[in-house]
Ligand binder design. Structure first.
Ligand SMILES: Nc1ncnc2c1ncn2[C@@H]1O[C@H](COP(=O)(O)OP(=O)(O)OP(=O)(O)O)[C@@H](O)[C@H]1O
Ligand SMILES: [Mg+2]
Length: 285
């Protein structure tokens, strides 16, 4: 299936992506000409090729793009798990390049909650203990109480003593989310957090993200291959070949769990109507 191709990509200007009231908020992520080159022997892989991006406090952003377009590379940089090879990243006004390793670890632990596609849970560790670990690492008090509250917030109050093998995929991902939010981070970064989940579990995860965003003002940035999931965000950024090729608001973001999913063709049509940039449908799967 070939969809309409927009001849110009002037939608890529970030100015178009934001409602005026959003721009009055604090900039939490500010990338200036960020490039990432991986050295593979003699070969250089240009995973990011000059990304400029501002994300404001309280935004709910999805990132899409074909496989290999640099989404995970970008997320790892945003989560200070990795550093750019060129350009600057200001997180909450601080240039992360200037931070020492222990300061980076502290930013990672306190400001950012990271959720991965493969839940990254410890095998022989109960849900409660998994969620307590970041608190132990941060030297926080009231650890048990806070871990229980985080698990309750994701609907797992009756699964606290379960090991990962005793939980469904969706439940394991919710443990990972509880672990990401237990330190009350300013920002949640999720790299295909719903990628391994069936649509009901995916919808539950989305509901949690939307609630955190609406009720607590937590900034959420997530990567997805799924246009339907992306339609639940408020702003959609498209990457291609390590560049931002489109950046625009999502018209009437969906509420998780409230609508039935339309046919795949219809949803692709809707989301790509104005931002489609020439990839084949297969590249998004
Ligand atoms: N550690 C690494 N060393 C070398 N090259 C890498 C490394 N990580 C990623 N790359 C390369 O950088 C490019 C971007 O990879 P990245 O993982 O960011 O893509 P992606 O958009 O997340 O793809 P996917 O949708 O498949 O997860 C790819 O060409 C990839 O092969
Ligand atoms: Mg990836």
């Amino acid at each position: 299936m070939r969809l309409l191709r927009t001849p110009t990509l002037d939608l890529a200007t970030p100015e178009n992506a934001l409602a005026p009231e959003v721009k009055e908020r604090k900039v939490i992520i500010d990338l200036k000409d960020v490039k990432k080159v991986y050295q593979m022997g003699d070969l250089e892989v240009h995973a990011l090729q000059g990304v400029n991006l501002k994300i404001y406090e309280g935004e709910f952003v999805s990132i899409m793009g074909p496989s290999g377009s640099g989404k995970s590379t970008l997320m790892n940089i945003l989560g200070v798990l990795d550093q750019p090879t060129h350009g600057e990243y200001y997180l909450d006004g601080v240039n992360v390049e200037r931070l020492r390793e222990n300061q980076l670890a502290s930013v990672r632990n306190k400001k950012i909650g990271f959720v991965f596609q493969s839940y990254n849970l410890l095998k022989r560790t109960t849900a409660l203990r998994q969620v307590e670990l970041p608190l132990i690492y941060a030297g926080a008090s009231n650890r048990m109480k806070r871990a229980k509250a985080a698990l309750t917030a994701v609907g797992l109050e009756r699964r606290m003593d379960h090991l990962p093998t005793e939980l469904s995929g969706g439940q394991q991902q919710r443990v990972a989310i509880a672990r990401a939010l237990v330190n009350e981070p300013a920002m949640i970064l999720a790299d295909e957090a719903t990628g391994n989940l069936d649509s009901k579990s995916g919808s539950e995860v989305l509901q949690i993200f939307q609630r955190l965003n609406e009720e607590q003002g937590i900034t959420v940035v997530f990567v997805t291959h799924d246009p339907w999931i992306a339609r639940h965000s408020k702003r959609l950024i498209m990457l291609r070949d390590g560049k931002v090729v489109a950046d625009q608001p999502v018209p009437q973001p969906l509420k998780a769990g409230e609508q039935d999913r339309p046919s795949e063709a219809a949803e692709l049509e809707t989301i790509f109507k104005s931002t489609y940039y020439g990839a084949t449908k297969e590249e998004f799967n």
